[in-house]
Ligand binder design. Sequence first.
Ligand SMILES: Cc1cc2nc3c(=O)[nH]c(=O)nc-3n(C[C@H](O)[C@H](O)[C@H](O)COP(=O)(O)O)c2cc1C
Length: 186
Amino acid sequence: MSDLAARLRALPAFPEDMPDLDLEQLPADPTELFLSWLEDAIDSGARQPHAMTFQTVMADGAPVGRTLILKDLDEHGFHVSTRNTSRKAHQLEGNPRAAMTFFWRESGRQVQITGVVHALGEDVSQADWLTRPTSDGTPNPEWQVYALQPTWIEFTQSRHDRNHKRVGYLFEDGRWHHGQVTTPAG
Ligand SMILES: Cc1cc2nc3c(=O)[nH]c(=O)nc-3n(C[C@H](O)[C@H](O)[C@H](O)COP(=O)(O)O)c2cc1C
């Protein structure tokens, strides 16, 4: 084993005092659970609790991810904002399917979200642009808010003993269905 491999394996992973995920008390709507985990992350004082990896698909079918900030969550889905001239915007034009991965290391929580992305209206996009700290009050026609409408969401609560608890939600026939995920978590 290389020195790097040995050092990586020696790094601490999950502490003993992690929150629990009560599989008997799950809400029917996964956005409720998402919002409670986001609130916990905000309350923890961790930097950028609203940051996530946003994955799109390139023209050749290869996935690509980058960090974005969550801007809102409403009936249209999970909002992000970016330039409509960016690579990710072009990738979304070619293939609107995308994914988000949130990781809150302090609580050992991960949320994976898959869905379809829609561009929201000019009014929403400009309102977002104008609230940026660097805004000088001038509108930016390149600025665009997108919403990812989720079809699948998986929550992972990691545990010290590596028996991570996972629950998956699938949107089918007009409603959410959920169940414990029991495939090996690693
Ligand atoms: C913490 C963090 C937050 C970021 N938030 C955003 C964001 O909300 N919108 C955005 O367009 N880029 C954001 N970026 C930059 C993107 O990660 C990315 O570099 C940029 O949008 C270009 O991506 P693309 O070339 O794949 O389109 C953020 C980067 C970091 C490190």
